[in-house]
Design a binder for this molecule. Structure first.
Ligand SMILES: [Zn+2]
Length: 296
């Protein structure tokens, strides 16, 4: 979606507008075999805009502006009633994989922006209140002596598939957090620290979490992860040491998996409680694993 100046916006508002409500960390989803984003139009959209304390222009879709609005419990109930009960507020993490990609993108954007506004009501420099500007893409400090502008931020995080080539067929390094579903193993990940290159972040995280040294750090692809505001940057890296020494504050286990091991693992949703499972198919983690798996 593209973003345009306010005059253009006013003109388009007259002809049509889309509105997606966000309740805390939940989005409004039309349930069904293929769930979809509930995007309000016409008078329903204008009613939500009118009632909202915080509207954010996400961009334009089908030549109409689409806004996210933050709603409270009462407004949320009214929004659900407008759909005749066909939609409900759900955490995007639960339905994201099943949504059409364009819907998932709009809702992730909406959720991320509403989250940012909810956390930046006060200036981080002088503590005065801030107010929304430029259709919700900036918050400005109301204290005239400060008047600093705050902008939405995205936190870069690396996610990396580490592989080894010293054994026939090779193997990849996957770990698990204690809070994950039983048996789920995934690629290692962590936030980029100030002053660090992405390559340094990859090597540091892998060494801190698993005690493995790496080389040949290569970027492959990225995935926004608005829970709350990250961008996952996906890498492959080659191990130069092989004895795993886990940081048990980060991981509960970490192992080398061969391609045969991976063939024996179940899909995220299909696994029984005692079975090993792979990350879900829509995750960059799974994609990084698949890229390595297919490169045999
Ligand atoms: Zn300030």
């Amino acid at each position: 979606m593209s973003r345009r100046p306010p005059e253009w916006l006013a003109e388009k508002m007259a002809t049509g507008v889309g509105v997606v409500p966000v309740l805390g960390s939940s989005n409004l989803i039309i349930s069904g075999e293929t769930p979809r984003a509930q995007i309000f139009e016409g008078n329903q959209a204008l009613a939500l805009l009118e009632a909202s304390h915080q509207e954010i222009l996400l961009g334009t879709d089908d030549h109409r502006p689409v806004f996210a609005v933050s709603v409270d419990e009462g407004q949320a109930a009214e929004a659900v009633a407008m759909t005749g009960g066909a939609a409900e507020f759900v955490d995007l993490r639960q339905v994201g994989p099943f949504l059409p990609p364009a819907d998932a993108h709009i809702l992730a954007h909406a959720r991320g922006m509403v989250y940012w506004h909810s956390r930046h009501g006060f200036c981080g420099v002088c503590g005065s209140p801030t107010e929304s500007k430029h259709s919700g893409h900036e918050r400005k400090c109301v204290n005239p002596d400060c008047a600093i502008s705050h902008f939405p931020r995205t936190d870069p995080a690396i996610i990396v598939l580490v592989y080894r080539t010293d054994i026939p067929g090779g193997a990849c390094l996957l770990g698990r957090h204690a809070r994950w579903p039983f048996g789920m193993y995934s690629t290692l990940a962590g936030f980029v620290e100030p002053g660090e290159t992405l390559e340094q972040a990859v090597s540091r995280e892998v060494f801190e979490e698993a005690g493995i040294e790496t080389t040949n750090v290569n970027y492959l692809a990225s995935q926004p992860w608005p829970f709350p505001s990250s961008l996952m940057l996906g890498f492959h890296a080659e191990a130069t040491s092989f004895d795993i020494n886990i940081d048990d504050e980060e991981l509960s286990d970490c192992r080398w998996f061969t391609r045969d091991d991976l063939r024996g693992m179940k899909e995220w949703l299909d696994a029984k409680d005692d079975e090993f499972r792979l990350p879900r198919r829509d995750s960059i983690s799974r994609w990084l694993i698949q890229q390595w798996f297919d490169a045999e």
